[in-house]
Design a binder for this molecule. Structure first.
Ligand code: PEP
Ligand code: MN
Length: 294
């Protein structure tokens, strides 16, 4: 019997832990399992900006100990005047970075039309916070059968997040991980509230793996590492962190992007915290031999 008062309230939902008490493990490929005993570090730039930028950051992320590479080719921007991503070229660069590092790639699909294209390149498709309740998009990514990283909307309740995931599972796709990335708060000094509370709550409610995003959760470079460590302590199965070699020149989310050197410090810290809570850290896939395509 769980002592969590929320458990048992959602018995017929496909995401409910009652249906799979042991939890779901999402196989991200290349030996990386999300939702198992090992905590997975995902890292990379907010947006793919160019070949050198992407390949340098990918190599730095792998060398720092990250197991999965992130990077947006299609960016959901608040302003239509902001950089929208490199599109197909960005996907090609992600594929090149995957071949060079051996890391599985997570990248976002921002609309239903681009889902088949993104699915061709991505190991895991991200549905962003702004699209959490884009039900057509949820059905479409569910239909691809690809792994999905579903981010919580900034004003979404935990039940709304679970029900959004339900749309994907209803398409027969259970390879879904949920991502806490902060909600909108009331304090101008800290406008983003990284809802760590949601991690143990979601853990009790759902069998799906849980990822935490302290980059969007805080929006502040200096706050990323402490909240990443806290997320691992709270029981996250993975963290996703934005990294940039030159954040002041980044075309999106530079203020919250950490330097590769900071990631190199953060990974062993997360490993220490993981061990303290009875887990370990997923090791990065071995880099393929030069010129080799794994
Ligand atoms: C991102 O991952 O860069 C992103 C835009 O995330 P979110 O949808 O959580 O804002
Ligand atoms: Mn971002």
């Amino acid at each position: 019997m769980s002592d969590d008062p929320h458990v048992g309230a959602r018995p017929r939902w496909r995401v409910s832990r009652e249906l799979r008490p042991e939890g779901t493990v999402v196989d991200l490929g290349r030996g990386v399992l999300l939702g198992g005993p090992e905590v997975v570090v995902m890292a990379g730039p907010c947006a793919v900006e160019g070949r050198t930028q992407m390949l340098e950051i990918a190599e730095a992320a792998r060398a720092a100990g990250a197991a999965v590479l992130r990077g947006g080719a299609f960016k959901p921007r608040t302003s239509p005047h902001s950089f929208q991503g490199l599109g197909v070229r960005g996907l090609e660069l992600l594929a090149e970075a995957r071949a060079a590092t051996g890391m599985p790639v997570v990248t976002e699909a921002v609309d239903t039309e681009s889902v088949p294209l993104v699915a061709e390149y991505a190991d895991m498709i991200q549905v962003g916070a702004r699209n959490m309740q884009n039900f057509g998009l949820l059905r479409r990514v569910g239909g691809t059968g690809k792994r999905v990283l579903l981010k919580r909307g900034v004003g979404a309740t935990v039940d709304e997040l679970l029900l959004a995931a339900e749309y994907i599972l209803a398409e027969g796709n259970e390879a879904v991980a949920l991502c806490e990335r902060g909600v909108r708060g009331f304090d101008p000094a800290a406008p983003r509230v990284f809802d760590l509370n949601a991690i143990p709550l979601l853990r009790a409610l759902t069998h799906l793996p849980l990822v935490a995003d302290p980059s969007h959760g805080t929006g502040v470079r200096a706050h990323v590492a402490p909240m990443a460590r806290a997320a691992v302590a709270a029981g996250a199965d993975g963290i996703i962190v934005e990294v940039h070699t030159n954040p002041s020149e980044a075309r999106s989310d530079g203020d919250q992007s950490i330097y590769p050197g900071q990631l190199r410090e953060l990974v062993p810290e997360c490993e220490a915290v993981a061990r303290a809570v009875g887990r370990s850290l997923a090791s990065p896939t071995a880099a393929p031999a030069a010129g080799g395509d794994p």
